[in-house]
Design a protein around this ligand. Structure first.
Ligand SMILES: NC(=O)c1ccc[n+]([C@@H]2O[C@H](COP(=O)([O-])OP(=O)(O)OC[C@H]3O[C@@H](n4cnc5c(N)ncnc54)[C@H](O)[C@@H]3O)[C@@H](O)[C@H]2O)c1
Ligand SMILES: [Zn+2]
Ligand SMILES: [Zn+2]
Length: 361
C-alpha cells in the first residue's frame, strides 16, 4: 500500500516551494516508514531549492526531524513501529573503507531508502539529504532512525538531526574542544550557536561569538558566549586576539561558509590552533592564502561534516543532556510553523530573523 500525504516540494531552481500531494510507499526490506512530528528548517534546504547542492529536482525538502516509526520492512530489527526516533543522514553502512577502519563517523556509503517517494503523477522525488521530512510521512532506511527517549519534545530533539548536531559536533567532535580552551565561533545562526553551546558543554573558558547581526550576538550569549564581536563594526581577527591575551583562539569554528570568514578563522587562531569549517560554501567560491602562512601557523585545518557525529552514540547522549537541563535545545526554536509556512520561513532565515523555524505536524 502507498500513502498519499502532504509534502513540501522544490520543483525548480529558485522557485518558491509548494505543498503537494506525494506518494510514500510502504517500507520494503531495510526501510522504515516514519510519521514525522517535527522538522526544522535548515539553511541546506534553501541551498537545495536554489540549486546549490545538485540539479536533481524535484526535491522533497526537510531533513532535521523527529517522529514515530509507523511500519518497518523485512529484516528490520533495530527499530519497530511505535519507536520515537530522530532521523539522521548518516546511517552507517558497516562495510565501506571508513566503517571497516573503525571510523563510521566518516561512512562514505550511508544508507537511504531504496524505493522512491513520488509526486502524484509518479515523478520520483529526491529527498533532501536522503530524508525528505517536510511531509506527514517519509520513507527512510531503517538505519536513518535513531531511537531516543520518547518523553523528549520532538520539536527540540529533532534539531539534533542536522544543524544543531553539526554545530555541537564541530566543537566537541571535530574541534576537540576541552576544558580551559579558548574558542571563537564565526557566524551565529543555529549551527554557530550550537557550536557555542558545544564549546560551553566541553568546558571552554573563553567563548567568542562573531556575527554581523547584534540580535544574533545577543542570542549567542544565551548559549554560553562569554564575549561577542560585531564584525561589521570591528576587525574580528584583532578582536579575537585581544580577547585571548594577544594569542588567538585555540579553536575557531567557521559557521558561515564563505572565503572571507574562513580567512578570518584562519588568522584568528593561536599558533598550532585548529580551524573547523562547518559552514557550507557554494561551488564558485575560492580560497587564496599564502602557503607560507599555512605552514608557519601550523595546527590543523579541518572540515566538519555533520559534526563528525555517530547518531547511535551522540543522539541519545545529547537527548539526556537536554533532559537534564544542561543543553538548552528549546532555545534554538524561534517559532513553530505549519507545512505551508516553509517558504515564509526561508524568507525569515534569509533576513536573519530566526535561529530555527520548526514545522510541527
Ligand atoms: N557541515 C555540516 O554538516 C552542516 C550541517 C548543517 C548546516 N551547515 C551549514 O552551516 C551554515 C550555517 O547554517 P545556519 O543554519 O546556522 O545558517 P544561518 O543563516 O541561520 O546562520 C548564518 C549566520 O552567519 C551570519 N553571517 C553572515 N555573514 C557573515 C559574516 N560575513 N561574518 C559573520 N557572520 C556572518 C549571519 O548573520 C547568521 O547569523 C550554512 O552554510 C549551512 O549550510 C553545515
Ligand atoms: Zn560505511
Ligand atoms: Zn541541515
Amino acid at each position: 500500500m502507498a500513502h498519499e500525504v502532504r509534502g513540501v516540494v522544490a520543483r525548480g531552481k529558485g522557485q518558491p516551494v509548494s505543498l503537494e500531494t506525494i506518494v510514500v510507499p510502504d517500507p520494503g526490506p531495510g526501510e522504515a516508514l516514519v510519521a514525522v512530528q517535527a522538522c526544522g528548517v535548515c539553511h541546506t534546504d534553501l541551498h537545495y531549492r536554489e540549486g546549490g547542492i545538485n540539479d536533481d529536482f524535484p526535491f522533497l525538502l526537510g531533513h532535521e526531524a523527529a517522529g514515530v516509526v509507523e511500519a518497518v520492512g523485512e529484516g528490520v530489527t533495530d527499530v519497530a513501529p511505535g519507536d520515537f526516533v530522530i532521523l539522521n543522514w548518516r546511517a552507517v553502512c558497516g562495510q565501506c573503507r571508513a566503517c571497516l577502519r573503525g571510523r563510521p563517523q566518516y561512512c562514505f556509503a550511508t544508507h537511504n531508502a531504496t524505493q522512491k517517494m513520488t509526486l502524484a503523477d509518479g515523478t520520483p522525488l529526491s529527498p533532501a539529504l536522503g530524508i525528505g521530512a517536510f511531509a506527514d510521512k517519509t520513507l527512510v532506511a531503517a538505519g536513518q532512525c535513531t531511537k531516543v527517549d520518547p518523553s523528549a519534545s520532538p520539536v527540540a530533539v529533532g534539531l539534533l538531526g542536522c544543524g544543531i548536531m553539526a554545530g555541537l559536533g564541530a566543537a566537541i567532535n571535530t574541534g576537540g574542544v576541552t576544558r580551559g580552551d579558548s574558542v571563537a565561533v564565526i557566524g551565529c545562526g543555529g549551527v554557530g550557536d550550537a557550536a557555542v553551546a558545544g564549546a560551553h558543554l566541553a568546558g571552554a573558558t573563553t567563548i567568542i561569538a562573531v556575527d554581523v547581526d547584534d540580535t544574533k550576538l545577543g542570542w549567542a550569549r544565551r548559549f554560553g558566549a562569554t564575549h561577542t564581536v560585531n564584525s561589521r563594526e570591528s576587525d574580528p581577527v584583532e578582536a579575537i586576539r585581544e580577547l585571548t591575551g594577544g594569542f588567538g583562539a585555540d579553536v575557531v569554528i567557521e559557521a558561515v561558509g564563505r572565503p572571507e570568514t574562513y580567512k578570518q578563522a584562519f588568522y584568528a587562531r593561536d599558533l598550532a590552533g585548529t580551524v573547523v569549517l562547518v559552514g557550507v560554501p557554494t561551488p564558485e567560491m575560492q580560497l587564496d592564502l599564502p602557503l607560507l602562512d599555512v605552514f608557519g601557523r601550523g595546527g590543523s585545518l579541518k572540515s566538519s561534516w555533520y559534526g563528525d557525529c555517530l547518531p547511535s552514540r551522540d543522539f541519545p547522549m545529547l537527548v539526556s543532556l537536554y533532559q537534564q537541563g544542561r543543553l538548552d535545545l528549546d532555545a534554538f526554536v524561534t517559532e513553530t510553523i505549519a507545512l505551508e509556512d516553509v517558504e515564509a520561513a526561508f524568507e525569515k532565515m534569509h533576513h536573519g530573523e530566526v535561529l530555527r523555524s520548526v514545522v510541527v505536524l
